[in-house]
Design a protein around this ligand. Sequence first.
Ligand code: PRT
Ligand code: MG
Length: 220
Amino acid sequence: MITLALSKGRIFDDSLPLLRAAGIEVLEDPEKSRKLIIGTSRPDLRVVLVRATDVPTYVEHGGADLGVAGLDVLLEHAADASAGSGVALYRPLDLKIARCRLSVAVREDFDYESAVRQGSRIRVATKYTHCARQHFAAKGVHVDLIKLYGSMELAPLTGLADAIVDLVSTGSTLKANHLLEVERIMDISSRLVVNPAALKLQREPIRALIDAFEAAVNKA
Ligand code: PRT
Ligand code: MG
């Protein structure tokens, strides 16, 4: 049995066409069922539904053989010392789905350029503390990082922070909250990650699955 970890929402939705192109149908709609383990049209493949941020943990510890996770999640996970098992994930494939970018945004009336130029400390609220720290360190900007788990957009509006580092796709969330994207840190997409031990133990079927995903990505 091969176990694939997906998160509900955009990763599940964007993975479906790739699975379909690989000849795999998922047998249940996670929005309608409360099941956390769902079968597929392939008797030897099942899907487990986990939080987006838990996908690397499942794959790393063998709770799943493969998983789909955003590069944002993978980078933060890898940097998280408490994750510390040291088991590297085999990251073979950019699925080019759930695409967005990691950006810096500020209030429309905040002068980011001079704040950064003057070398003053800025307060940055984000869920992506590792990526944010690296970004500002590379620019030589002093930051006080404030870790948040959601609704980052609120931080500059309430005076909690001067800036946020968050994912942006259409930009409409920023716009609705009168925030401006002032810097693009990196482009993000989701990756297929694989447990290296699983790849060794079930080389043939897992390799075939990776190849099928790859063909589907190239066709998309
Ligand atoms: O929602 P939950 O707390 O359960 O977990 P999650 O937010 O980690 O999961 P999910 O499903 O929302 O995101 C999974 C992955 O999708 C992320 O790890 C990213 O790699 C990718 N992705 C792609 C996005 C977006 N686009 C995106 N727009 N993740 C989040 N957003 C959010 C963003 O944080 C902001 O709040 O959408 C808002 C901005 O969207 P626009 O279109 O208004 O710019
Ligand atoms: Mg979300």
